[in-house]
Design a binder for this molecule. Structure first.
Ligand code: ZN
Length: 582
């Protein structure tokens, strides 16, 4: 019996609602979770099933900023013993008899948090689901979206992800995997712990918001690139956050009536600490996974086992992106505040640049917008014929002109990087400047091409064939996922890729952000190869491997994780079209 007959949540309150069924009227009582900051997202009528236990349950472990090699190495060496238990155990010889470790899954581009998780949890590409990065411009709405701001310091939108603002959920243009599951299985119970995307779940479990705010704010740099203070570089704030996330899950499952059919647990401390740790991202994340994440997962293993909830549960583990060490100084950080930073390239080319803040007045006068993604940056330009005079707002609903606006901006960045005239700090910083002919925002967008010079624009595939980048992987295909489709214009009219993932040492790498110890976002293997582990204590690894390979197929990219979750839950006929309006 999946119902845990322990006491109801201590802080559980009862709300009464009236619903009509057929010819009669029944009084329905729904329970509202009010423990901590957790929120019940939908009501389950009294008397309705508390879950849907006939189909296999799933635990989805979402890790932030953990690349494949790092996690697999630690697991295979036996350095994450509790994590290994979650995966059905590791034998004395180091083998995982009940887990498949996939070696093919690639992050979406840019390899960053807010492009990745919506892709993982909708099964759609960024050009389809509309969330193209940590921050981006929505030209038809004249709105800068910044679930994780990079060009300015403002924690409000990130904190708003977990409040009733549902800041990230509301940016999605397509249904989530949770909505798709519920459509097929209305009684399914789904809890999400601290993850950004949760539309369609029953409950959002929120760790103490002050712990989250502290961890997040202490990672943010101010405009001058300084942290609150060097003493703040301890990993304690991240440890507190991740242990609170596990804590709120244990509280809810201890005192609740059921362990949900689908439980998503998101741990982001590894990424946040990786960005600032002075010992470098690899050493920092290794010790963090061993000393913080593993013991916390141990508590989760114990709780699930106690409830008899581990045996038949599928466990799926993945991450959003990897990490690449950089040098923490103004020379390598392509920021917004220095006189030869990227905004100045646009200013010197005659563009009026949008200020770096979340909101500006509706009639604000700007002709170009920059959005930073670590190793990449998006540049949006207006049709400047609509706003020649200073003070006149541009008509952003119109697509820019290709030659006069798009290529003008591309040429400014190409010459800044090739020659460094006017902005000497930009010299040698850019690997690729990408452009495409603009389309009206409502139409599907064209693929990016490489801007080599005013008379030379080359498709990405042939360009990379002629200029091999051995550290990059599936660039053309993943740029297509990002930029070709209904919302593809949200990846910019010009896309800049800094020398970063193509370079062997930190001193040769540049990144669009304030100075940090580490960043990501590149098409490199290091940033893009993510772990993907599927485990079930009742299944042999070989049969799990066959299932995974069938779902991932020839294009093992992040959007396939949704397909995997649906197939584990619904079996062979999982691939039914979703018919939900977002
Ligand atoms: Zn990060």
């Amino acid at each position: 019996v999946r119902v845990i007959r322990s006491a109801l949540i201590g802080a559980l309150s009862l709300a009464v609602s009236i619903a009509s069924f057929g010819c009669g009227t029944a009084t329905q009582i729904s329970r509202i979770i009010v423990a901590g900051d957790s929120r019940q997202l939908r009501e389950r009528p009294e008397g309705a099933a508390l879950g849907s236990p006939t189909r296999p349950p799933i635990l989805f472990v979402a890790l932030d900023g953990v690349d494949r090699d790092l996690l697999y190495d630690l697991l295979r060496k036996g350095e994450l013993p509790h994590f290994a238990e979650l995966l059905g155990g590791r034998s004395a010889t180091g083998a995982f008899a009940h887990a498949h470790f996939d070696d093919t899954l690639l992050a979406t581009l840019p390899s960053s948090t807010m492009a990745a998780w919506p892709t993982v949890l909708t099964g759609k590409t960024p050009a389809e689901h509309g969330m193209t990065g940590n921050e981006y411009f929505i030209r038809e709405k004249l709105r800068f979206a910044a679930p994780v701001p990079v060009t300015f310091k403002d924690s409000a939108p990130t904190l708003g992800i977990f409040t009733s603002d549902e800041y990230a959920n509301r940016l999605l243009e397509v249904p989530t995997v949770y909505q798709r599951m519920r459509e097929r299985d209305p009684d399914i119970s789904i809890w999400v712990a601290m993850h950004q995307i949760y539309t369609g779940a029953d409950a959002l479990l929120v760790a103490d918001r002050t712990a989250f705010a502290r961890a997040f704010e202490e990672t943010l740099k101010d405009a001058m690139g300084s942290l609150a203070g060097e003493e703040k570089r301890s990993r304690a704030v991240y440890e507190t956050l991740d242990s609170e996330v596990i804590g709120v899950v244990l509280d809810a499952s201890d005192h609740g009536e059921v362990v949900p059919d689908v439980l998503t647990v998101y741990l982001c401390g590894t990424d946040l600490y990786g960005h600032i740790a002075t010992e470098g991202p690899d050493e920092a994340r290794r010790s963090y996974l061993k000393e913080v994440v593993d013991p916390q997962l141990g508590k989760l293993v114990d709780a699930l086992r106690e409830h008899g909830e581990l045996e038949r549960r599928w466990v799926v583990v993945t991450a959003d992106h990897g990490h690449t060490q950089v040098v923490e100084d103004e020379r390598h950080a392509l920021s917004t505040t220095q006189k030869d930073d990227p905004p100045q390239v646009l200013v010197q080319a005659g563009f009026r640049v949008r200020p770096f803040q979340l909101d500006v007045p509706r009639d604000a006068d700007f002709q170009a917008v920059l959005a930073y993604q670590g190793a990449m940056a998006f540049v949006y330009v207006a049709d400047r014929s609509t706003c020649m005079e200073v003070g006149k707002p541009c008509n952003w609903e119109r697509a820019p002109r290709y030659r006069e606006d798009v290529l003008a901006a591309a040429e400014a960045f190409r010459s800044a990087s090739d020659e460094g005239l006017g902005t000497p700090g930009m010299k040698g910083t850019l690997d690729l400047v990408l452009v495409r002919e603009p389309r009206p925002f409502a139409e599907d967008d064209l693929p990016f091409q490489v801007y080599v010079g005013p008379e030379e624009i080359v498709p990405v595939g042939p360009y990379l064939a002629a200029h091999p980048h051995p550290d990059y992987v599936a660039v053309d295909e993943r740029l297509g996922d990002l930029a070709v489709g209904k919302h593809g214009e949200r990846a910019g009219d010009v896309l800049l890729i800094a020398h970063n993932g193509d370079r062997a040492t930190p001193d040769e790498r540049y990144y669009f952000a304030a100075p940090y110890q580490s960043w990501h976002g590149s098409p490199s293997r290091k940033d893009s190869e993510v772990p993907f582990i599927v485990a079930n204590a009742r299944e042999p690894a070989a049969s799990i491997a066959a299932r995974v390979r069938m779902v991932l197929g020839a294009t093992p990219r992040q959007q396939k994780v949704t397909d995997m979750l649906l197939s584990l839950r619904f079996g062979e006929d999982w691939a039914e079209p979703a018919r939900i309006d977002p």
